[in-house]
Write a new protein. Structure first.
Length: 126
């Protein structure tokens, strides 16, 4: 019976270690490795495939905040932004319901990742 418990623990540990190794091998996309924002214009540097990450500027009013997800109402409809990259860069400004923002970032599949979030006032004054 003790050997069964030890075998179960060993199998569980190997499963956890194996999944950790697989995750560590995935290299995340880093916006600054591929270009730079000049005001509201994305300027690629040629080091990355531009078809993988479409860069865009989203402007609107925050209608909901749930963890790292920010829902923004804009003329074309609502869009939910993942602000994890902006949080990691410490470039989010104040994210709260009712605030007007400008988010610079990129699309990866159907998700918009903000790398910088500015309040509307900060975006228009410089």
């Amino acid at each position: 019976m003790n050997t069964r418990i030890i075998a179960a623990i060993a199998a569980a540990l190997l499963g956890v270690a194996g999944s950790g190794i697989a995750r560590a091998q995935v290299i995340p996309y880093v916006d600054t490795a591929c270009g730079v924002w000049n005001g509201d214009v994305w300027t690629p540097n040629g080091h990355c495939d531009a078809s993988l990450h479409k860069h865009e500027r989203i402007e609107g009013t925050i209608t909901a905040v749930s963890g790292h997800l920010v829902t923004v109402a804009r003329t074309g409809g609502n869009v939910t932004i993942d602000d994890t990259p902006a949080l990691n860069n410490q470039l989010t400004g104040k994210v709260a319901v009712g605030r007007r923002i400008v988010a610079h970032g990129y699309w990866d599949a159907q998700t918009f990742y903000a790398t910088v979030i500015l309040t509307r006032d900060a975006a228009t004054t410089g």
